[in-house]
Design a protein around this ligand. Structure first.
Ligand SMILES: Nc1ncnc2c1ncn2[C@@H]1O[C@H](COP(=O)(O)OP(=O)(O)OP(=O)(O)O)[C@@H](O)[C@H]1O
Ligand SMILES: [Mg+2]
Length: 482
């Protein structure tokens, strides 16, 4: 998984008795190597899962698992994955693969995740945990959908730090948030404007032991440089303000966040002097208010946010390496909303439910045409733009569902074709190239969901696979001949 490259202290796996996964999640291991299979079952059992082993699956329905771990020798896992999902599309399937090629085959056949051999126990536990979370989440939604009808959904009261959207693009984010929550490791959250950097900081804060202490949020680019030190470290009132020596200093951000979490958004905007002061303060874990001579200790977990890649700033000496090392022990990269596929619709329902509840109205759904538009639009302002658009739409809606009329013109009229159409002679490409671009774009938009892409493109799934393979082969051939 892309975002898991850094070593992070691993949270103890949450047992199946916790959270929304309460209940009967069972894991079936299919392995034709009995010794290895027994090892996998032992690992899963040690993580608290009810795991069973079978050498082959004649009829998975009889065994009724929730998660199937497919670990067959060589490359024969893929057909079984496809067969399992055909028999029960609600299964979560994880492939244990000998190498990345085998993993790709498994994923191509519809598997949700993979681990490679040799299997690392904690990784396997975490992946299964994640699959179970995602699966229960989906089932809960299905259940709600059935209860309230396809158009009116959700309204589940959620914690403020809830991260809505569990599609493939967001999976590494969820996994990292869970892993870092229980420690104090410094996290840098990177993502375009409005992607939910503060929301991630909140999720980490609420998921850990500091949740009952304050989360203090500061946007570094909004603070006037002259006030930075006073804001961060506090300040003794000046004599001219009529204060005597006994008056307590104002509490700086570090003290305000004591025992809790300090989220510094747009940390890249801090001027060099302030960066140096921060390094000192973070090392000593003490802040000295301006005009004072006593250092005040604090205990704060630091999370930083940035909408831009800090590397160029580092290279130009505009961001200190030592500060970067301190704040960036783990990076969480938030995907832009346009890459999150169906999460857009889930977020839309989430926001609608919130506005409806806030305004004491009856539930609101989305018309199918609105769903289409929301999926097609490219959301340059990301989740914030979606939230604002739905607030507007909810206010304008005249029935029990949001219709096209309630959407802003820019969303209503945005067309995917606009993005690929040539505007100048130099833009013109062959139909083959256009086809590849379009297919790749659709896949991106759907968060890599090939079955859905094939469906929407009117292609057979195997045809889509063959075309993608052909594009890769063409590219490889071109690069080897050039
Ligand atoms: N995954 C999510 N689930 C639910 N709400 C979200 C999610 N992501 C973002 N939001 C909401 O969207 C809005 C924008 O998110 P947030 O302020 O965290 O973004 P940001 O990346 O910090 O933005 P900026 O770059 O403008 O500072 C907030 O109201 C937040 O609560
Ligand atoms: Mg922010």
């Amino acid at each position: 998984m892309r975002a898991l490259q850094k070593a992070v202290p691993v949270a103890p796996p949450v047992r199946r008795s916790a959270g929304p996964t309460d209940g009967e999640a069972g894991v079936l291991v299919v392995d034709d190597d009995v010794e290895r299979g027994a090892g996998l079952v032992a690992v899963l059992a040690a993580e608290g899962w009810a795991a069973r082993l079978t050498r082959s699956v004649a009829s998975p329905a009889n065994l009724d698992p929730d998660v199937v771990v497919v670990a067959l020798q060589g490359k024969v896992s893929a057909p079984l994955v496809a067969e399992l999902l055909r028999s029960d599309p609600r299964l979560a399937v994880l492939v244990v693969a000998s190498d990345l090629d085998a993993a790709a085959l498994g994923l191509g056949a519809g598997a949700h995740d993979f681990v490679t051999l040799p299997v690392e126990a904690t990784a396997l536990g975490l992946r299964v945990r994640h699959l179970v979370d995602v699966m229960f989440h989906q089932r809960r939604q299905e259940h709600e959908r059935r209860l309230v009808g396809e158009e009116r959904l959700r309204g589940v009261a959620a914690g403020r730090g809830q991260l809505v959207g569990v599609g493939p693009a967001m999976r590494p984010v969820h996994e990292l948030v869970r892993r870092v929550s229980s420690s104090d490791v410094a996290v840098l959250v990177q993502g375009e404007s409005g992607t939910g950097k503060e929301q991630v900081a909140r999720a980490i804060h609420e998921g850990g032991r500091r949740r009952h202490a304050p989360l203090v949020v500061v946007n570094c680019s909004a603070l006037p440089p002259a006030q930075l030190e006073a804001r961060f470290f506090g300040e003794h009132p000046r004599p001219s303000e009529g204060a005597d020596a006994d008056v307590a200093p104002t509490r700086g951000l570090f003290l305000q966040a004591d025992q809790g979490t300090l989220f510094l958004d747009e940390v890249g905007a801090l001027p060099p002097e302030m960066q140096a002061a921060l390094v000192r303060t973070l090392q000593e874990k003490k802040a000295r208010p301006l005009g004072g001579d006593v250092d005040l200790p604090f205990d704060v977990r630091l999370i930083c946010g940035t909408h831009r890649d800090l590397e160029p700033q580092l290279a130009q000496g505009l961001f200190r390496h030592d500060l970067h090392t301190m704040v960036n022990v783990v990076t969480i990269t938030l995907p832009a909303l346009r890459f999150r596929g169906n999460d857009v619709i889930e977020l839309a329902h989430h926001f609608l439910a919130r506005f409806v509840e806030r305004d004491g109205r009856t539930p609101l759904g989305l018309s199918p045409a609105v769903v289409d538009r929301l999926l097609a639009y490219h959301w340059p302002g990301n989740v914030r733009e979606l939230e604002n658009s739905l607030e507007r739409a909810a206010a304008l809606a005249q029935s029990d569902r949001v219709t096209l009329d309630d959407l802003h013109e820019r969303i209503r009229s945005h067309r995917l074709e606009d993005v690929v159409v040539a505007e100048a002679e130099a833009d013109i490409v062959s139909l083959d190239v256009l086809e590849e671009r379009y297919i790749r774009r659709v896949l991106k938009l759907l968060g890599g969901n090939k079955s859905k892409a094939a469906d929407l493109l009117g292609l057979d799934r195997r045809t889509l696979h063959r075309r993608l393979e052909k594009y890769d082969a063409d590219r490889a051939e071109k690069s080897s001949s050039s």
